[in-house]
Design a protein around this ligand. Sequence first.
Ligand code: FDA
Length: 309
Amino acid sequence: MLSRRVLLAAARSPQARRVVVGAPGGKAVVARFVAGEERADAVAAVDRLIARGLHVSLDHLGEDPEDDEHAAAITAEYVGLLAALDEAGLARRAEVSVKLSALGAGLGRSGDALAADRLRTVCAAAAAAGTTVTVDMEGHARTDATLATALALRADFPDLGVVLQAYLRRTEADCRELLGAGSRVRLVKGAYDEPEALAFKERVTVDRAYVRCLRLLMEGQGYPMIATHDPRLIEIAGRFAVRTGRPQESYEFQMLYGIREDEQRRLAAAGETVRVYVPYGTDWYAYFMRRLAERPANLAFFARALVGR
Ligand code: FDA
């Protein structure tokens, strides 16, 4: 069985990308985790999810733009998407998630500043549409720059959300910094292959770190976004909500498109806010490989599709 580490390495390999993207059943298998390649596919998926009582965060795939022009095109896509959501009357329940690398943060020495300017453009478009933005968190080399950019922009867009990864040893301290009123923090386990010096590696230590961070966020004044499919953590979050006397509208659950849809519906039916993270676009490869790495059981499904059966 391929290990998590091999799959995460393959997520960064151009050779593996060529094999997977060119495989006969590639697109069909991807449809399980990605809403489609076009903006219209994304808007249609949002419409369906909202009709089921869910909320959405849309991610336009494209974490490694080749050049600045490509990063500018991704920014323009977000602006167009937000206008389309507004026009369709969907923006109240649908926000966007953005990776700073997709806005060009990794492109040369001025990348961070350019990406920060572009994030401001996306935030302004979201505000005009009446919705919010959450900045995704990437590998550890980008954590400081991502937090600095997002927190600086919060001066003008206080509802700008950030992601914290429980597997990083630094994250409890970051949680303590981000407990203020209105602070939107999405807590995830973390999806990248990080060195042991910086990150917990064992499943149980990551889970314990998640619980410690969750407790801090639930006891704080902010708006925790509990992003996990893990049944134990979802249950613990429910218990923290009761213990801290938090009303259901003061936090939310988040899950990925196509994963544990039964649980998404169950929580929504129980009155919880449930937001589904919906990726779309042609550049699905790295996102897809990270999902395979999380659950190697998905590999069998993928292997069948690869051989076109
Ligand atoms: P875990 O992986 O332990 O899974 C618990 C259970 O959930 C599994 O036993 C299985 O039942 C189910 N499950 C989980 N993954 C599955 C899959 N791929 N297919 C089928 N079933 C699955 N990461 C990051 O580093 N930066 C980010 O910005 C984000 N953003 C983000 C947004 C949202 C809304 C979510 C839900 C997740 C992210 N992540 C992320 C990903 C996150 O770090 C993590 O890798 C995944 O959520 C998987 O971890 P779980 O907490 O679900 O637990």
